[in-house]
Design a protein around this ligand. Structure first.
Ligand code: SF4
Ligand code: SF4
Length: 318
């Protein structure tokens, strides 16, 4: 890899170690910031914006005023009634000086710039775990194909070190950006949220035609990785018999398909909405049960006994 490629920079949300849900073995997952879609149920709203963001956990604030003292934009004041910091987000430039001085971790920082070389230094620390578990690196987000040169460089550098590579993607983007990643990719986890054009557009902001087109192109590529289809299963949105059967039908067209995973809707990201001052739009959706998930998996297996169909969530479903 050239010096130029090692110095490429990307906008990273965070790096998580020892994940068991994002590929084979233990995975080091690099979450990139920024996603072109806006799923109503998104569990990582802090990953959606391409820009850096500041979050604030009011319940942790001591009202000490250290943050206000270092803010060069005068974006923070201490509310005398609540004795807690208040930030005018319009004046905040996300320099994160306030986070550096906050003694109680009330200020959350979402986003940092890293070079390919810096990310690889983090990944290399886990090589021994990859070796013993059959794991590797997984790029996730946000949407890694939106930072395609950076993502391709990470996958390539990992492959050259013999590290297994995986990508979690919604595949909403220019195919030229997806194509760059394929020669260095072992497994693609492709989100397939709904087979109906109109429902996809209504709940996600864009229709599904580009996604299906890109998935077909990946499948036909000479560099096609093995493909796992992931359906984020949301009650009342995409769990109908009709949509599941349409998903199975589409799966038949993929000759590099390794399996189909259902990821049940959850509310683990609700705190992040509060930290960002955003409304959570799916409060009416009931949290699903393991029985509901088992019944949906059973339904799929009744209609395709050959395809490997599972819960990709750690949910205790059969
Ligand atoms: S991130 Fe920087 S600009 Fe924004 S409130 Fe904190 S200190 Fe002020
Ligand atoms: S520095 Fe932290 S604890 Fe102190 S007022 Fe600011 S946000 Fe609250």
């Amino acid at each position: 890899m050239t010096e130029n490629q090692l110095n490429l920079t990307g906008n990273i949300l965070r790096i998580e170690r020892s994940s068991i849900h994002d590929g084979s073995g233990l995975r080091t997952v690099v979450f990139l910031k920024g996603c072109p879609l806006s799923c109503s149920w998104c569990s990582t709203p802090e990953s959606r914006n391409f820009e850096f963001e500041k979050g604030f956990a009011a319940e942790l604030c001591l009202g000490c005023g250290k943050c206000a003292a270092v803010c060069k934009n005068n974006a923070i004041y201490i509310d005398p009634d609540n004795k807690a910091a208040v930030t005018d987000r319009n004046m905040c430039s996300c320099c994160f000086n306030c986070a550096n001085v906050c003694p109680s971790n009330a200020v959350k920082t979402y986003g940092k710039t890293m070079t390919v070389s810096e990310v690889m230094d983090e990944i290399k620390k886990d090589e021994i775990f990859f070796y013993h578990s059959g794991g590797g690196i997984t790029l996730s987000g946000g949407e890694p194909i939106s930072q395609s040169d950076f993502s391709a460089a990470l996958l390539r550098e990992s492959r050259l070190l013999g590290i297994n590579t995986a990508l979690e993607s919604c595949l909403y983007g220019n195919y030229k950006n997806i194509e760059k990643l394929l020669p260095w990719l072992d497994t693609l986890y492709a989100d397939l949220k709904h087979m109906d054009y109109g429902m996809h557009e209504k709940w996600i902001g864009e229709d599904n035609s580009l996604i299906l087109e890109n998935l077909a192109k990946v499948n036909q590529s000479e560099y096609s990785p093995q493909i796992v289809i992931r359906v984020p299963l949301v009650p009342g949105f995409n769990d109908s018999d009709e949509n599941l059967l349409a998903t199975l039908q589409f799966c038949k067209s993929l000759n590099n398909l390794k399996g189909l995973e259902l990821l049940p809707y959850h509310r683990l990201g609700v705190d992040s909405y509060r930290y960002l001052g955003l409304d959570y739009r799916c409060g009416e959706i009931p949290p699903p049960t393991a029985e509901w998930l088992s019944s949906r998996i059973s339904f799929l297996k009744e209609h395709n006994s050959k395809l490997v169909i599972s819960s990709g969530s750690g949910f205790n479903a059969k």
